[in-house]
Design a protein around this ligand. Structure first.
Ligand code: NAI
Length: 335
């Protein structure tokens, strides 16, 4: 059976890692067809808008998208297209695994195997009610957390634990200080946890969690948290196991799902052919799991891991001198 997916090649290193990823998927012969759609700066240049209607329609129809990173200007300019896509399709669960990879230069070449489940549609991160006073001296931001939003993300985390045989969910919050928003998240999490007596549940304040992750990451299995904390924690976790070049992420909703790398457009290395394609490739593996092709997902992950193990054609971020293309070729040889 053929499945059509929407493909967004993105900005910066996006097209380079996407082309490599599609070559690997083609070599696997998993029956995917690609419908290319533009978003972000490329769409603005070509079609005069950041998120064209045709792109939204493509995702709505195919329900699955593989997306490279998109630029968001820092401190000014247009709002994030990633945030907009998550809002439009109500992609409420951002699922970011972090696992130690053998032979990679990292703080934890073994022992880390955790998943950050980040609420993806509310909280400070979505920038609701942002404004700057006329004199530029005062900035405000609203932070909205709902019981419904908290309940469904915590439930997602526990269901993920059951589905994947994980044993523990850590609820990460700042309810000691943010008593209303983080407090509501924590209270809701405690209620949901009562339905899952087969899964251990503990609570941790976010600052302590960051320290614990750096000191003893092996204690974590699934972390569930609000949007902004999850954004930061998942990059921290990527740093524990070898960097952003190895960290994938899935944005899951009821009607659609978008798979991507955790990292951004890496403007400092764009166009040089040295971007690491693994994060997007591992995002593609998450997509294959979602498409009920777990054996193919595992085949892809194993090929990536054995290429890392053999240190074959690694890109410079992993200490090698390979290129995006030679790295992808090495992975294809190991499929
Ligand atoms: P970044 O993730 O693009 O880069 C951070 C560092 O990691 C850079 O030194 C970069 O060279 C390196 N890096 C990232 N991906 C790599 C890869 N695949 N291979 C080798 N090295 C890699 O973060 P930065 O610089 O903060 O953001 C750049 C742009 O990306 C911004 O406009 C930001 O808004 C956007 N962004 C987009 C995301 C998305 O579309 N999901 C996620 C994060 C950032």
């Amino acid at each position: 059976m053929t499945q059509t997916i929407t493909v967004i090649r993105g900005d910066g290193i996006g097209p380079e890692i996407m082309d490599a990823t599609l070559r690997v998927l083609d070599a696997m012969n998993v029956g995917l067809q690609y419908e290319f759609a533009d978003a972000g700066l490329v769409a603005l240049e070509k079609q005069g808008e950041l998120l064209p209607a045709a792109t939204l329609e493509s995702i709505r129809t195919n329900r699955i998208a593989l997306k490279s990173p998109l630029t968001t200007p820092v401190g000014e300019g247009f709002s994030s297209i990633n945030v907009e896509l998550r809002k439009r399709f109500d992609l409420y669960a951002n699922v970011r695994p972090a696992k130690s990879f053998p032979n990679t230069k990292s703080r934890f070449p073994s022992g880390v195997d955790l998943v950050t489940v980040r609420e993806n549609t509310e909280g400070a991160y979505i920038g609701e009610g942002q404004s700057l006073s006329e004199d530029g001296e005062t900035a405000v931001l609203q932070q909205k957390v709902t019981r419904r939003g908290s309940e469904r993300i915590v439930r997602y985390a526990f269901e993920l634990a059951r589905r994947t045989g994980r044993k523990k969910v850590t609820v990460v919050h700042k309810a000691n200080i943010l008593k209303s928003t983080s407090g509501l998240f924590l209270r809701t999490a405690r209620t949901v946890a009562q339905e899952y007596s087969d899964i251990e549940c503990n609570e941790m304040i976010v600052d302590n969690c960051c320290m614990q992750l750096v000191m003893r990451p092996e204690q974590f299995d699934i972390i569930v948290t609000t949007n902004l904390f999850g954004d930061i924690i998942s990059d921290l976790c990527a740093g524990l196991v070898g960097g952003l070049g190895l960290a994938p992420g899935a944005n899951i909703g009821t009607d659609a799902a978008i798979f991507e790398a955790v990292h951004g457009t890496a403007p400092d290395i764009a166009g040089q052919g040295k971007a690491n394609p693994c994060a997007l490739l591992l995002g593609a593996a998450q997509m294959l799991d979602h498409l009920a092709m777990p054996e193919q997902a595992e085949r892809l992950r194993k090929a990536v891991i054995s290429t890392l193990e053999a240190k074959d054609s690694l890109t410079p971020d992993l200490g090698g001198s390979g290129t995006t293309d030679t790295f992808a070729d090495a992975i294809i040889r190991r499929l």
